[in-house]
Design a protein around this ligand. Structure first.
Ligand code: MCN
Length: 785
């Protein structure tokens, strides 16, 4: 294949044959000789004082190697489970968290004891024999009640339930615009709490070798270097004494970024018991304990002119933190900064975020984190305004879009949007949807008493974390740059090490596409390595925030550039030419104007390990590069959903779905489409089916299995028309933007807007998620009455 065809080519995922034929290696596939299996005893209640833990029967049970409570870990793990470094200054109350509860449990599922046994079944059986006496306390479950002074507290020793309260901009910013407005629309918009449900739940294996004081951890993680940082710190080990291996990972969706209690406890157990320890999460443990996403509501007001010109927005985000601050949970507040969407707000945006402690499992980033919420609220408000003004929602959008000539555009919170052409994506989507015909069809169906609706989401996002200047203050000094190492062996194999982690995104294919193209070598000669802190770069910043390509991929490209430059010096020496007269093209160095005077890249790789080097040149052909992007990248697009709601049952079926997205230049269109498909499917799950439900009073989880927590299958997901526009990002050499979260950011608004449009003849203006048949049926019944 000609070299130039690799970037931009639909190359099948190289990792798929391995994964599809069952040759992948997930945590449960690993085993160590002499392993003890761990099981954890978890609180069955949402909030209680621990009065007594009786381990007598469990200690005597068959196969038990040890039973442990908080006291046993006190000398093993220092300090608390780390709270988010982000938003540190703005935090009001950060409850202390030790990975295992000693005196008080604050959510159902919090760990109170651990058992080690010879087999997993023996560990689970023995855990069931541990008797814990609880004194139940009131559970804080309602966000508004949680804010009332003098009410129950999620932590008995806390001052109140306010984890943070940040007014980004006060109401005075928008006061004048609201006075001038012809129309003001208001809504309370819910964001249902979601369980991430990766196909592979979490799991940890730890092997502490006491003689060397060395710890190896295998776990299912999106960011192994972060885990090494946190766990080594807590265990009093040097980072160099800890090796974290995150092999094949069966999905993460954001829930495998932060360290979990088990990530500390399993290594500590290995050190205590002086043997390898393994723990594999069950599905119910996963739904109960993996950090949840969303779990918020917003009060929003929009001021506009009667011709549809937007003036200003006011919003307050009420965010359910759960019982503790998620390590990166603060990121969800970015919804406030992104609430303006693809539009201009000349009269400003007033935004405040309140993080509220409750007795539920903590929330943390879940695919999109903050940006789906922002898109949902912006797009819902545009539709409410269109309804109020009896305008076509397309016209309101077009009237207020940031225009191509406005880029780089400084939005209301000072963030600089790199590039975009929002009308272009909208035009393409309208064409695919045959919009005019759809409206005609809708009018006909309405005459027949049928409920068909068309919903838009002209979404934008910010991703590619991130420029150190922007991210370091929020992360407590960690600059989210990315590093790469490219190493060429004497026979021309190219090993690429990245600090990002692929767990479904296809990096093993796309990153080598970039490298092979640049070096002019076959794709097969390039191999990507990631997920092992003992290999490659000094520190990797992991995969989240659709950053892997726009930061990690660009770092790789820079490292390849350094390799090419070194090769050029060597080629010039071997070709007896001046370096500036040598060009590198299609995998070969040649002297300008003399294509026959050349050295193939493979020859240079071999020569680099030999004796004929220019004076002062070291042997070998490898390079390390770091990339600190100057700005975030800003993908965008238009999604259109067509929905029919059954007037009798409330069942909403998506009959057409169009997604036109723009992620700048594309490395692999097939993988990009796959990311869109998966992301849209997840957002359809949020829009129509998924919600983590707890009992309002007792805080009991009611959706602890996949029979109660409904995730969509292929049956529920429509065929999608997927297309692109291409607006390169000016912030990186590849001109790329992220795509990993786009579908999830875009789709819930399109689906819910379509349902609201379908039900508008009944006077229904707003529908919350999930729009289950039950909810819609009740709303229709009420509206008809
Ligand atoms: N890509 C491309 N051209 C572009 C943009 C991206 O070819 N212009 C390719 C990339 O090279 C990469 C893939 O598309 O192979 C996604 O790239 P990117 O947008 O950089 O996103 P990340 O790789 O950083 O993935 C993170 C993102 C996030 S934040 C979540 S959450 C998520 C997601 O990706 N979780 C996933 N996609 C997932 N997909 C699967 N299967 N499983 C998850 O857990």
């Amino acid at each position: 294949m000609a070299v130039t065809q690799l970037v931009g080519a639909k190359i099948h995922r190289r990792e798929d044959p391995r994964l599809i034929t069952g040759h992948g290696h997930y945590i449960d596939d690993f085993t160590r000789t002499g392993t003890a299996h761990a099981a954890f005893v978890r609180s069955p209640v949402a909030h209680a004082r621990i009065k007594k833990i009786d381990i007598t029967d469990a200690s005597k049970a068959a196969g038990v190697a040890g039973v442990y409570t908080a006291r046993d870990f006190k000398g093993q793990l220092a300090g608390t489970h780390p709270a988010a470094p982000a938003f540190t200054a703005a935090k009001k109350y950060v409850p202390e968290r030790f990975p295992i509860a000693e005196h008080e449990v604050c959510y159902q599922g919090e760990i109170v004891a651990a058992v080690l046994a010879e087999t997993r079944a023996q560990a689970v059986d023995a855990a069931n024999l541990i008797q814990v006496e609880y004194e139940e306390l009131p559970a804080v479950m309602d966000l508004e009640k949680a804010l009332q002074a003098g009410g129950p507290k999620a932590h008995t020793d806390g001052p109140d339930n306010i984890g943070w309260d940040i007014p980004y901009t006060g109401p005075e910013v928008t006061e004048a615009a609201f006075k001038d407005a012809d129309v003001v629309v208001k809504e309370r918009i819910l964001q249902n709490r979601l369980a991430p449900v990766p196909m592979e739940p979490r799991g940890v294996i730890a092997d502490f070798e006491g003689f060397d004081n060395k710890l190896t951890i295998w776990l299912s993680s999106q960011s192994p270097h972060f885990i090494r940082l946190f766990v080594s710190g807590s265990m009093g080990l040097k980072e160099s004494q800890v090796r974290v291996i995150s092999p094949d990972v069966g999905g993460g969706f954001g829930s495998k970024i932060s360290p979990y209690p088990e990530d500390y406890l399993v290594p500590a157990l290995s050190r205590i018991a002086a043997r390898p320890v393994k723990w594999i999460e069950t599905r119910t443990e996963s739904i109960q304990n993996a950090t949840h996403g969303r779990g918020q509501f917003y009060d929003v007001e929009v001021a506009a002119k009667k011709d549809g010109t937007l003036l200003a927005m006011r919003l307050t985000q009420y965010l359910d933190l759960g019982a503790y601050h998620g390590t990166f949970g603060g990121f969800q507040a970015v919804a406030c900064l992104m609430a303006g969407g693809a539009y201009k707000w000349p009269g400003g945006i007033s935004a405040r975020t309140i993080g509220i402690l409750t007795n539920r499992v903590p929330t943390d980033p879940y695919r999109g984190a903050g940006r789906p919420e922002a898109t949902h609220l912006a797009e819902r408000m545009i539709d409410l305004l269109a309804l109020e003004l009896k305008m076509d929602p397309v016209d309101v959008r077009r009237k207020n879009f940031i225009q191509p000539e406005d880029f780089p555009f400084t939005q209301n919170f000072g963030l600089v949007v790199d590039s975009g052409d929002y009308d272009k994506a909208l035009d393409k989507a309208l064409e695919h949807a045959s919009y005019a015909e759809l409206r005609k069809r809708q009018a006909e169906l309405r005459k027949q008493g049928k409920f068909m609706g068309i919903g838009f989401s002209t979404w934008i996002e910010l991703c590619g974390f991130g420029p150190s200047a922007a991210t370091a203050p929020a992360t407590g000094g960690i600059a989210l740059v990315e590093s790469a190492q490219v190493r060429v062996t004497p026979t021309g194999s190219v090993l690429v090490y990245t600090g990002t982690h692929s767990h479904g995104q296809g990096h093993e294919t796309t990153f080598p596409q970039i490298v092979a193209d640049q070096l002019g070598v076959p794709l097969d000669s390039v191999e990507l390595r990631h997920g092992d802190t003992a290999e490659g770069t000094a520190f990797g910043y992991g995969t989240y925030g659709s950053r892997s390509l726009a930061v990690g991929g660009v770092a790789i490209s820079k490292a390849v550039g350094k390799v090419i430059d070194k090769g050029k010096k060597l080629a010039a020496h071997l070709l007896e030419a001046a370096e500036e007269d040598v060009v590198f093209e299609h995998g070969s160095y040649h002297v300008k104007g003399s294509p026959d005077k050349s050295k193939a890249f493979g020859e240079i790789a071999f020569a680099s390990y030999g004796m004929s080097l220019p004076p002062g040149m070291e042997q070998g052909l490898e390079a390390v590069a770091y990339f600190d992007p100057p700005n975030l990248v800003w993908p965008f697009g238009t999604h259109i959903a067509v929905v029919e709601v059954d007037g009798e049952t409330g069942d909403a079926q998506i009959t057409k779905y169009v997604a036109v997205d723009d992620c700048g230049n594309i490395i692999n269109p097939m993988i990009v489409d796959g990311q869109i498909h998966g992301g849209v499917a997840q957002a359809i799950g949020q829009a129509l089916y998924e919600e983590v439900v707890y009992d309002d009073d007792s805080g009991q989880l009611r959706t602890g299995t996949l029979t109660d927590y409904m995730i969509p299958s292929a049956n529920e997901i429509p065929t999608m028309i997927v297309d692109k526009t291409i607006t390169p990002s000016p912030t990186n050499d590849l001109g790329v933007k992220g795509i990993g979260e786009a579908g999830t950011i875009a789709a819930s608004a399109a689906v819910i807007n379509a349902i609201c449009d379908a039900l508008s003849p009944l006077g229904i203006k707003h529908v919350d998620m999930p729009a289950t048949p039950d909810r819609l049926w009740k709303m229709m019944k009420e509206a008809r009455n």
